[in-house]
Design a protein around this ligand. Structure first.
Ligand SMILES: *Cc1c(COP(=O)(O)O)cnc(C)c1O
Length: 452
């Protein structure tokens, strides 16, 4: 049933070779094209020190991002009072999930016997998704550089003054544009508008209605596109290029986004310390990250390798309909290939992961430090959504369940390790929308096809 290989629809050849030729040299493509759940461990994985030495970015860059977030903390605390308990640092809780661990064990046999933890970026303040890390960092960096250049701010000032009229007038004369499947637009729109910028968010067809409504309520210009994420990016980029006072947040190629995500890892290290969880050669940590364009999981994985070296292992998880990072790394084509080139439609319930082409920056930066990649069927994401709700009373958006699916794909040798699923979003999903996800999860469905 699942053995039919759809023909490549995008182009006759891909990087100069026909599909049949690609299938001969890269047999896993057959699984991807048939939309079967797949797990691929990276043969080019390197020890952390050499993988990191090959990256253009390093510890000093993450330090700089961490210090910037610290400088802005007084402004954040003033404008977003919900961050006051952490003095304006935008951070999420870490939680152990004994009931979900047991539920997964029953559902999948014995996937692992180490502890299962979740990093609740779904409940990050301000925008309720992992985009509150990278997206907000890039907007703050832009605001800082404008205010410094205008002489309205010195690096040792109290940044809370950026909420006052002179800075707001400066920002009001500048624009920020971004393209998004939803959550990045939400983060950038909310923070950009709070600073006083004029913000345009180019939303792909996948974006949920409530996210557009919320942004419009805050004075953000929302441009709706009929096409997918890649099409929204192209139009957003064109709009910004025409205006020298417009900064385009380029999710396909942004260093500031990447570094904002990377800061998460050192904070996680402190949280694990506090919780008494050891991470070292004898106590490895497996981190399972939902992946769209790759910026968020790539930045976090990069930070994790800096923080934990070879004691940490990262697995990226994508929808079977949008496996752009796996496709890019596996073929070595990175952003020169899209899932559509191989006849894969990029249509998934996991709107946060509905990306057909991976980031140009990320795939190359992290290709030697990510242990593996897997794909997850939409029905499985919904099933896990309901399972997490039943077992732990925790509600996430479908994209955010991909990490839990990855937990069940680890090699035998990793079963006793500590596992951490990165819950990337869902904290702001309206009740009725969540109800619809849970109802859909309870519809009888065929079991997802799994490779091997
Ligand atoms: C954006 C997003 C991701 C993945 O981040 P990328 O940078 O696109 O790889 C995962 N989950 C959710 C909920 C997201 O919004």
């Amino acid at each position: 049933m699942h053995d039919a290989i759809p023909g490549a629809q995008g182009q006759a050849t891909i990087a100069g070779r026909g599909v049949e030729d690609w299938l001969r040299s890269h047999p896993l493509l057959r699984e991807l094209m048939a939309l079967r759940e797949t797990t691929w461990f990276n043969p080019a994985l390197q020890p952390a020190t050499s993988a990191l030495a090959g990256c253009a970015l390093g510890e000093a860059d993450v330090d700089e991002a961490a210090r910037r977030l610290q400088r802005f903390a007084p402004w954040v605390a003033r404008v977003f009072p919900e961050t006051a308990p952490r003095q304006g640092l935008i951070e999420s809780p870490l939680r152990r999930l004994p009931a979900m661990r047991e539920a997964l064990r029953q559902r999948h046999g014995a996937p692992h016997h180490g502890d299962l933890w979740v990093k609740l970026d779904s409940h990050l303040p301000i925008s309720g998704s992992i985009k509150a890390r990278g997206g907000i960092h890039e907007v703050l960096q832009q605001a800082e550089s404008l205010a410094l250049a205008a002489g309205l701010l010195r690096p040792d000032d109290d940044y809370a003054r950026l909420a006052d009229a002179p800075a707001r007038e400066l920002f009001a004369a500048h624009r920020i544009a971004v393209a998004s499947t939803g959550n990045l637009g939400l983060s950038i729109g909310i923070v950009g508008a709070a600073l006083g910028f004029q913000v345009s968010v180019h939303m792909s067809a996948d974006a949920r209605e409530w996210k557009k409504r919320l942004l419009r309520e805050r004075g953000v210009r929302v441009v709706e596109h009929a096409g997918d994420y890649g099409a929204a990016v192209r139009e957003g980029r064109d709009e910004a290029a025409a205006d020298p006072r417009c900064h385009f947040v380029d999710d396909e190629n942004s260093r500031q986004l990447f570094l904002g995500y990377a800061v998460a890892a050192r904070r996680l290290r402190d949280q694990l310390d506090e919780a008494g969880v050891r991470v070292d050669a004898e106590h490895p940590l497996w981190v399972h990250l939902p992946c769209g364009v790759g910026g968020a999981p790539g930045g976090v994985a990069f930070g994790l390798k800096l923080a934990f070296g070879d004691a940490v292992h990262c697995l990226f998880a994508e929808p079977t309909h949008s496996p752009c990072m796996l496709l890019g790394v596996y073929t070595g084509l990175h952003d020169a290939v899209s899932v559509q080139d191989f006849g894969i439609d990029n249509r998934t319930i996991a709107d946060g992961l509905a990306v057909g082409r991976a980031s140009a920056l990320v795939g190359r930066t992290v290709q030697h430090l990510v242990d593996g990649y897997c794909t997850v069927d939409d029905a499985e994401l919904l099933g896990l959504l309901a399972l997490l709700d039943r077992s732990e009373g925790l509600r996430l958006e479908p994209s955010a369940l991909a990490g839990f699916a990855a937990c069940t794909r680890v090699p035998e040798s990793a079963r006793a390790a500590t596992h951490l699923a990165w819950a990337t979003g869902g904290g702001m999903v309206p009740e009725a929308e969540m109800r619809a996800y849970l109802d859909a999860a309870n519809q009888p469905r065929p079991r997802p096809a799994r490779a091997r």
